[in-house]
Ligand binder design. Sequence first.
Ligand code: SAH
Ligand code: SF4
Length: 367
Amino acid sequence: MKAVTQQPIDLLALTLDELKAFVCELGEKPYRALQLFQAFHGQGKTHLDQVSNISREFRACLSEAGLMPGLEIDAVHKSSDGTRKYQFKTHDGHTIESVYIPNASAEGRNTICISSQVGCAMGCTFCATAAMNLTRHLTASEIVSQIYLVQHDLRQEIASDSRLLHNIVYMGMGEPLHNYDNVVRSIKLLTAEHGQQFSSRRITVSTSGVVKNIVRLGNDTDVHIAISLNATTNDVRNDIMPVNQKWDIAALLEACKAFPMEARRRITFEYVLLAGINDSDDDAKRLVKLLRDFRCKVNLIPFNAHPLSPFKRPEQDRVLAFQGILQDRHMSAFIRTTRGDDVDAACGMLGAKKLADARGSLPIIMG
Ligand code: SAH
Ligand code: SF4
């Protein structure tokens, strides 16, 4: 085995081909790479010392040449509705979060909502994560580790061979298309042969509208895309989502039209309802006009109020009236129920350090 003098390589972020090249450089046989890949991505091992089928000598050589950046579960907050918010510590001391939502869909599917960045740079005025600003991108291995660690934790309690996670949504902290390369790499690892082989149909990437990477995502992967539209005029969208000042609604919808998709699939448009801002009948009618030519569904998300934002959630009859206008005009429009509210796990509530400080609450200690 050769000594390696280069920078350590993040082993958990490598594709099988890259792992093969890496182990060959160490003077090992290519099948070693398959063993490692299966252990990491098939069995979800996130530490080298959990990998049992390699010799001590090879392990020592690997740990000299490579690194496993080691995300750890820091706390698990269990909501009364079964939702769990996982807090993880990164190797350099940052906190990120994922949310496990059991029975998230009518078919009883379990969903995990994962983070793609520590904080977020996009500055949406209704979102708690925005208040953290961006600290750094997550690596591909930190993105997939969220899933592997949650699966491991669930397995301790749920003695079942059935799939623990059916859907993966990139809707936690961060803007996935601002961390494009690592997000795409993580998707390739999650869907890879010899890994867990998640179906890309069950993976959704949500974006606030980083237009330059929308079509690119469709070309590089087969995942589902969700667009956080949240307004029907540029004036309102400019105010609540600064990204609109760079790529306005017309540019965003043009990219959505060009998004490559199989015939039966649909784009999801997310629409956070903010009382008195974007929830009028006129907004609903404009939304129908904007989306008329799309195969799409609309997810209406009544705003989850928090102390870092001045907005209010509309009354339930306003939410229903808004939905009614869309449905009367033959659009699929769903109201997303809030899950995990009691542990600040609902949409837009991640990044709870500032949130907890603002609430003056102690139980969720982060960072
Ligand atoms: N950055 C990506 C994904 C993470 S945000 C994006 O913006 O799409 C996931 C979803 O939560 C987005 O649709 C966003 O509009 C919504 N959201 C953010 N803050 C919210 C809040 N306080 N209440 C309800 N939904 C919120
Ligand atoms: Fe970032 Fe999405 Fe929150 Fe906007 S809504 S600040 S893009 S996480």
